[in-house]
Design a protein around this ligand. Structure first.
Ligand SMILES: Nc1nc2c(ncn2[C@@H]2O[C@H](COP(=O)(O)OP(=O)(O)OP(=O)(O)O)[C@@H](O)[C@H]2O)c(=O)[nH]1
Ligand SMILES: [Mg+2]
Ligand SMILES: [Zn+2]
Length: 342
């Protein structure tokens, strides 16, 4: 298989080409994951609903995945360039896949009560962990609450050195056009954020499609979860856009690298504490404590870093434990079967 213009249009590149041996299957991209089927885009731009092979479940797949398929069935998912995932809600610890093969993540929040540093840092850590460029999109700049838009922008920029922050009224096409530098042929971007912040409003502008949006509740500025599935759409200017349902919470897992990247300045600072295992809880020679005293470190940000680290460690550990439990269980079954044979 060789890269063709039609395949390049889907976002297919040399990374995908290199994974193909001789195959008679069609190269495709997943536009939607359903309960037990997927919606696939073919290079001729036809969309087909495909069944899954027995060994594959919808939970193993992400919108944006590149894959090989027959006319009716998905056959093989290719290695991903990037993958966003979170810890799924509920008791059983498992990773929920959000989107694959992204270049950029539009982390969306409004200039109102939705703006929350701790939550935005979770999205940022998730993106950085996956090697995806984060862009912070501030919507409802036409109706800011409690402070002016430059103040929201400044707070957003303080989250991460060099972070691109774009403020807009998402209902105005010319303002949404500020996002075009991250869009265009061959690019894939996704929108994430709380319900009601305007993800689908932005999607309508960038795709020209009539996607459902809905007013938010007056009393608490919260949305109504209008979008219910993650879907990938072609953008007017080229490239692909993934709209996602609003998330109530984002629990991280195995995102240690992303957290370290987001708080790199604190990691560097902590490395110069006197004790290499310094917990920054009053030990002598603590560089973090010194920075707090000097006023160069924000106590709230330090607290958020520690909370995020602790949570990630807890969640990642329980997954490792679960895997270990699974291995022990399989071993027990195996030896029981062996004993029976004997
Ligand atoms: N004034 C104003 N209204 C906006 C803006 N962005 C979105 N809205 C409105 O906010 C409401 C919610 O927008 P949606 O695009 O449906 O929000 P969403 O993020 O897709 O929400 P979910 O699908 O529930 O996750 C709609 O009534 C939009 O018209 C904005 O920048 N300014
Ligand atoms: Mg929506
Ligand atoms: Zn210390």
């Amino acid at each position: 298989l060789v890269l063709t213009p039609a395949l390049a249009y889907l976002g297919w590149g040399p990374f995908e080409d290199a994974q193909l041996g001789n195959t008679d299957f069609h190269p495709i991209r997943l536009a939607e994951i359903r309960r037990s089927t997927v919606l696939a885009l073919y290079p001729d731009l036809s969309r087909r609903e495909l069944s899954l092979p027995g060994a594959m479940s919808a939970g193993d797949l992400a919108v944006g995945d590149f894959a090989l398929a027959s006319d009716t069935r998905l056959e093989r998912v290719l290695d991903r360039r990037s993958l966003l995932s979170r810890r799924a809600a509920g008791h059983v610890a498992y990773a929920q896949l959000i989107a694959a093969n992204l270049d950029t993540l539009f982390i969306t929040t409004s200039c109102n009560l939705d703006f929350n540093e701790a939550r935005l840092e979770r999205y940022l850590a998730m993106a950085l962990d996956a090697g995806v460029t984060p862009v912070l999109v501030l919507t409802k700049a036409d109706q800011p609450e409690d402070m002016d838009v430059p103040a929201y922008t400044a707070r957003a920029q303080d989250l991460y050195a060099g972070l691109d922050v774009v403020a807009m009224n998402a209902k105005e096409g010319v303002q949404v056009a500020q996002l075009l530098p991250w869009c265009g042929a061959g690019k894939t971007v996704a929108l994430v954020g709380s319900s009601g912040v305007g993800k689908s409003t932005i999607t309508r502008v960038l795709t020209g499609l009539d996607i459902a949006t809905q007013d938010i509740r007056e009393d608490d500025a919260k949305g109504r979860h209008t979008t219910t599935a993650r879907s990938m759409y072609p953008m007017l200017q080229g490239g692909w856009l993934i709209d996602t349902p609003g998330m109530r919470e984002l629990a991280l897992q195995d995102a240690g690298d992303g957290i370290a990247a987001l708080f790199e300045d604190l990691e560097i600072l902590a490395a110069s504490c006197k004790f290499s295992d310094c917990k920054h809880e009053g030990e002598p020679g603590c560089a973090i404590a010194a920075a707090l005293t000097d006023g160069v470190l924000d106590a709230d940000r330090l607290e958020r870093w520690r909370k995020l680290q602790a949570e990630d460690a807890r969640n990642s550990e329980s997954i490792a434990q679960m895997r270990a439990r699974g291995r022990r269980f399989r071993k027990t079954v195996k030896s029981a079967v062996k004993a029976k044979r004997r």
